[in-house]
Design a protein around this ligand. Structure first.
Ligand SMILES: [Zn+2]
Length: 322
C-alpha cells in the first residue's frame, strides 16, 4: 500500500491512512475547537471525523488546515493575544498552564532525551551541520555537537546564541547532516509532504531525529450514533460545550480514557502517532529507520536516515550506503 501523496485538507482520509495507506479506517465524530475554527478560518466550532487506522494505529482528523489557514493560525503563536483568545474558548488553558508548557518546551530534560536517543541509535557524536526544523529558539540543538547549527522557525522568535535562524522555507539551504524535528509532525495536515521536504533538506546519508507526543486513549463508551447526536447538540450551546470539553480533556489527560459520549476536540494536533505508524510513514517516504520508541522525556521518537537512491539503468533503483 502506498502512502498517499497529496492530501486534500478537507478530506484527509480520502486516499486511506496517511501513514500506511490502509483503506479501511474506523471513523467517529469529533468536534473542531471553537478557538481553532475562529483563528484559522473565522468559523464556529463544527463536527469533523477522527479516522483510526486498525493496521498501524494512526489517528487523524478528517479536517486539516490549508496553507493560508495554517499561516493564520500560527501567526503570533503562543503570544499574549493567542493566550487571551484561547482562554475565551478554553478557560482551562490558563496563564499558569501556558507558562508550564513553555518551561517544558525549554527544559534540559528534553534535550538530554534527544542526545540519549541519538547515541543509542548509533548516530555520530559530531556533525558538520545540524538544523532544528520548526524548533522555536533552537533549544534542542543543545543535544548535539555540530560545526554549524541553525533553526528554521517561521514564527517570530529569536534564536539561541550561536544558532543561525531561518524564517523563510524558500531560503533554507539543503545538505544538512542532521535534522531535528521535534513536536512538529503532529501539527501538519500533510505529514508525508512535510517528510519529503525534510528529505530534500538532508544530505545523502544524513540523519533525522523526529519526535511527536505519545498521545493514546481508549475510545469513549456508548453508541456512536448517540454520541454523534450529542456532539451536534453541544455545538448549539457554548457553555455546555466548554464544560464538556473541560471534562473530556481532564479525563483523557489524567485517566487515559474518555467519559461516556466523550470527545477529543481538534486543537493544534491533527495527528496522533503510534510507533508502528511513525515507522510506516518514514519508510513510505524513503527513510531507513535506525530506532523508534519512547525517549527519556516520555515522547515518541524515531531516528532515521536518508540514503541516496540512484537510478541503476536497466535494474531499476539501487540504494547506496556511504
Ligand atoms: Zn495506517
Amino acid at each position: 500500500m502506498a502512502v498517499p501523496d497529496a492530501v486534500d485538507h478537507l478530506r484527509r482520509s480520502a486516499q486511506g491512512c496517511l501513514c500506511c495507506g490502509a483503506r479501511e479506517l474506523r471513523r467517529e465524530a469529533q468536534i473542531v475547537s471553537g478557538f481553532l475554527a475562529a483563528r484559522a478560518w473565522g468559523g464556529p466550532p463544527q463536527i469533523t471525523e477522527l479516522a483510526t487506522c486498525p493496521a498501524c494505529g494512526f489517528r487523524f482528523y478528517e479536517r486539516g488546515l490549508s496553507e493560508a489557514e495554517t499561516a493564520r493560525y500560527y501567526r503570533g503563536y503562543r503570544d499574549a493575544e493567542y493566550v487571551r483568545s484561547r482562554w475565551r474558548w478554553e478557560p482551562f488553558y490558563t496563564q499558569g498552564q501556558h507558562q508550564a508548557l513553555l518551561e517544558w518546551t525549554h527544559s534540559p530534560l528534553r534535550a538530554e532525551a534527544v542526545r540519549a536517543a541519538l547515541t543509542q541509535s548509533g548516530a555520530p557524536a559530531q556533525y558538520a551541520s545540524a538544523l532544528d526544523h520548526g524548533g522555536d529558539q533552537g533549544q534542542m540543538l543543545a543535544a548535539v555537537e555540530a560545526d554549524r547549527k541553525a533553526v528554521y522557525e517561521p514564527s517570530a522568535c529569536a534564536a539561541a546564541q550561536g544558532i543561525a535562524r531561518y524564517d523563510d522555507a524558500a531560503r533554507l539551504p539543503a545538505g544538512w547532516n542532521l535534522i531535528l524535528s521535534c513536536q512538529v509532525l503532529e501539527h501538519v495536515s500533510s505529514p508525508s509532504a512535510y517528510l519529503r521536504d525534510i528529505a530534500a533538506l538532508l544530505a545523502d546519508s544524513g540523519w533525522l531525529y523526529i519526535e511527536v507526543p505519545n498521545e493514546q486513549w481508549r475510545p469513549a463508551p456508548g453508541s456512536e450514533a448517540l454520541r454523534a447526536a450529542w456532539l451536534n447538540h453541544l455545538l448549539r450551546w457554548r457553555p455546555l460545550l466548554m464544560a464538556a470539553d473541560l471534562l473530556c480533556t481532564a479525563c483523557r489527560i489524567k485517566l487515559g480514557r474518555l467519559p461516556p459520549f466523550g470527545f477529543v476536540a481538534m486543537r493544534e494536533h491533527m495527528n496522533y502517532f503510534t510507533a508502528a505508524s511513525l515507522r510506516a510513514i518514514l519508510a513510505g517516504n524513503g527513510f531507513t529507520i535506525e530506532s523508534c520508541g519512547i525517549n527519556g522525556a516520555g515522547q515518541l521518537f524515531a531516528v532515521a536516515r536518508k540514503f541516496a537512491t540512484v537510478g541503476a539503468g536497466s535494474g531499476g533503483t539501487v540504494t547506496t550506503f556511504t
